[in-house]
Design a protein around this ligand. Structure first.
Ligand code: HEM
Length: 332
């Protein structure tokens, strides 16, 4: 495959939020597929690049962590751990902290001797010691603590009976689904509402792939939808706060600034000690007005929106405004 990097001086002058955005479209059409690839690989885009690191820390770090804290205080059901998953939570915490320290040596460090650990995060002025297995050694317990250190939502799936079970997690930024409703479901049940994927065997193929992952292996995929407003919490629980905007955005003169392409970079990691599957969801929002600053993105996304089959547009909740958005993008 040959990759052309756009050297246009206008795009190199773009702000970071655009240059680092994981723009997901390679052509003018989008369909679901079992789009899983190895993690840690830099992906060049027409505006910059993304994907070198497992955990991505950006300019929205403090704001998103403050949002998460506020959501969890209001609604503790966004974090749940079934009792048999407690060891997996520690596995997730130590895996993520050590990887983040390796990727950000200037601001983070992680040291472990036996079960005794020390984590430093200078972005938060934090220097903390804790003991693996002792839930009281970290504020709020290990999963809650991990949710204060990374922007990603965290889902842990137990592997048994030849499938995966969503048995723990901390999800404050769900894109139109409910974490607490899904707790205890298996992989197929979780994907029940998604059109096409059952008939096209996408979910069963992905499931077989994930079941074969070896401890320590790290893969990723992207997914996308659209969100109105700079809002990450579009969970079923808060639907009354954001759902009605879907009916009014097409007529809103501020649509280009309010309507966002929402991309999830999802990591799939078989944890090294417990063999549990960790699913990390990092959500990025970019308004149409920013997409339009990159001519290739404006065009591709405009065509994808126009061409997307009705059932997929309906499922994504974009059916009432996708034509207006597409027309705006393509009218340059
Ligand atoms: C193992 C970790 C995974 C978990 C926990 C997970 C969870 C979810 C959830 C909760 C939804 C929303 C369903 C709803 O509307 O209620 C979803 C959507 C979806 N998932 Fe997964 N998923 C995982 C992995 C994958 C993989 C590996 C694929 C590969 C094909 C996949 C494909 C999809 C697709 C195509 C959608 C629809 C997205 C959209 O159109 O917005 N998922 N997933």
């Amino acid at each position: 495959m040959s990759i052309t990097i756009d050297k246009d001086p206008d795009t190199t002058a773009l702000p970071e939020r655009i240059r680092r955005f994981p723009f997901p479209f390679t052509g003018d059409q989008y369909r679901y597929s079992a789009n899983v690839e190895p993690a840690h690989k830099t992906v060049p885009t027409e505006a910059g690049a993304w994907g070198a690191r497992l955990i991505d820390i950006d300019e929205f770090y403090h704001q998103e962590l403050a949002d998460r804290d506020e959501i969890l205080t209001r609604d503790p059901s966004r974090m749940q751990v079934l009792p048999h998953m407690r060891p997996a939570v520690w596995d997730a915490l130590t895996t993520v902290l050590s990887s983040t320290a390796e990727d950000y040596p200037d601001t983070m460090s992680f040291h472990r001797e036996g079960n005794a650990c020390r984590w430093q995060n200078t972005l938060q002025g934090l220097d903390i010691e804790f003991t693996v297995g002792d839930d009281d050694s970290l504020p709020g317990g290990p999963l809650r603590f991990l949710g204060t250190q990374i922007q990603d939502d965290i889902v842990l799936l137990d592997i048994r009976d030849n499938t995966m079970w969503l048995d723990a997690g901390l999800v404050t930024f769900a894109a139109d689904w409910s974490f607490s409703f899904d707790v205890g479901m298996n992989f197929l049940e979780i994907h029940g509402p998604v059109p096409r994927v059952k008939e096209e065997k996408i979910v069963s193929r992905a499931e077989q792939f994930l079941l074969r992952l070896q401890p320590g292996e790290q893969f990723r995929r992207t997914n996308w939808t659209m969100t109105i407003g700079q809002r990450l919490d579009t969970s079923t629980e808060t639907y009354p706060e954001w759902g009605p905007d879907r009916g009014t955005i097409a007529a809103d003169p501020d649509m280009p600034d309010k309507l966002h392409l929402r991309v999830e970079v999802q990591h799939l990691i078989r944890l090294p000690h417990t063999g549990v599957l960790m699913f990390l969801i990092r959500s990025y929002l970019l308004p149409l007005s920013d997409i339009a600053k990159v001519p290739a993105w404006r065009e591709k996304f405009g065509h994808v929106l126009a061409e997307l089959p009705e059932d997929m547009a309906e499922y994504k909740g974009i059916i009432r405004y996708r034509k207006t958005a597409s027309d705006w993008l393509l009218a340059s």
